[in-house]
Design a protein around this ligand. Structure first.
Ligand code: NAD
Ligand code: UDP
Length: 321
């Protein structure tokens, strides 16, 4: 049997590695590409023994070459947590712009269908809640988060241009906050930050007064949504996320209950331009993909906590990635 071949950029990262697993399971030949700037080979080491899996250590902001046929490309390479993209702002802008351009060129040359990982961050600090795909957003281009938000907005624009001008088959997923096993304990995002603090016996750091909201989606639900979108015929952006919205203060309290930590909540400065509210409107995903999340936060958090608990102890204190 000749397998369909799929390139997954960012394949050693949190979401990319789960996508590698899913497409291997579905019988694809999976080519993961990653420069390991925020990812880790540990996330995909279980796949190295498979002959239908290949790994390229490569920066996609530089020319990308893949020998042979290529049917699909999933472009997931990009730093994704605020502390990552604040630390490497230029690489973040480059992978969203130059990297996307390189991969669109590759898709054109190979006749591949390409799906890009966009984000709820393109809505910025949204003035409407929940956010439908028709909302254009409220982004500060020159604020610290602008390097990520604008790279992703450019990524959507160039992808649509290749679709309309070159008739390339493209898909755009706008991903809302997603969590699960293989997140990096020290990537600064709320969930690993709180669980890491609980496991180390440190206080839980809530930024601002904790009244800002997020809506957390379990990774398996996200992967299912992406899988359905790739094989749909819809080229415009689609939100995938869990609409179950919660304040960050209540979320911190949930983590305290889950972990049984005796530590207290301490309040720190709210980062600049931190969105005050975020919740996906998933009407479109329901309509065209027949998709809705199935894993509630309690279940998803238990699985994720179990993963973090089993990590070797030194991981808890490793401030590098
Ligand atoms: P991650 O940091 O775990 O994974 C990103 C991967 O991309 C890493 O393995 C990193 O090494 C790799 N990478 C970065 N720059 C690269 C480059 N120039 N060349 C090759 N590889 C490179 O982050 P994640 O949470 O898995 O996010 C994956 C994608 O999903 C990103 O595009 C992100 O913007 C998007 N996204 C994620 C979320 C979320 O909640 N996790 C939300 C919205 C969008
Ligand atoms: N946050 C927090 N304490 C932390 C880390 C994050 O209160 O130690 C807050 C952060 O300010 C934001 C929310 O949690 O309001 C979600 O942050 P995260 O970095 O996970 O995602 P994003 O801001 O990109 O949605």
């Amino acid at each position: 049997m000749s397998r369909k071949r799929i390139l997954i950029t960012g394949g050693a990262g949190f979401l990319g590695s789960h996508l590698c697993d899913r497409f291997i399971k579905e019988g694809f030949h999976v080519i993961a590409m990653d420069n390991l700037i925020t990812g880790s080979l540990q996330n995909i080491e279980h796949l190295f023994k498979l002959e239908q899996f290949e790994f390229y250590n490569h920066d996609v902001s530089k020319f990308v070459h893949i020998p042979g046929e290529l049917h699909y490309i999933l472009h997931f390479a990009s730093p994704a947590s605020p502390i990552d993209y604040l630390k490497i702002p230029i690489q973040t802008l480059k992978v969203g712009s130059l990297g996307t351009h390189n991969l669109l060129g590759l898709a054109r040359a190979k006749g591949s269908r390409m799906l890009i990982a966009s984000t709820s961050e393109i809505y910025g600090d949204p003035a409407v809640n929940p956010q439908p795909e028709s909302y254009w957003g409220n982004v500060n281009p020159v604020g610290p988060r602008g390097v990520y938000d604008e790279a992703k907005r450019f990524q959507e624009a160039i992808t649509m241009a290749y679709h309309t001008f070159h008739k390339l088959e493209t898909r755009i997923v706008r991903i809302f906050n997603t969590y699960g096993p293989r997140m990096r304990l020290n990537d600064g995002r709320a969930l690993p930050a709180f669980i890491g603090q609980a496991l180390r016996g440190e206080d839980i750091t809530v930024f601002g007064d904790g009244s800002q909201t997020r809506s957390f989606c379990y990774v398996d639900d996200l992967v299912e949504g992406i899988y359905r979108l790739l094989f749909s015929d819809y080229a415009y952006p689609v939100n995938i996320g869990n609409p179950d919205e919660i304040t960050i203060l209540d979320f911190a309290k949930e983590i305290i209950k889950l972990t049984g930590t005796q530590q207290k909540i301490v309040f720190k400065d709210l980062p600049i331009d931190d969105p005050k509210q975020r919740r996906p409107d998933i009407t479109l995903a329901k309509q065209i993909l027949n998709w809705a999340p199935t894993v509630d936060r309690k279940t998803g958090l238990e699985i994720t906590y179990d993963y973090f608990k089993r990590l070797p102890e030194e991981t808890l204190y490793n401030r590098e990635h």
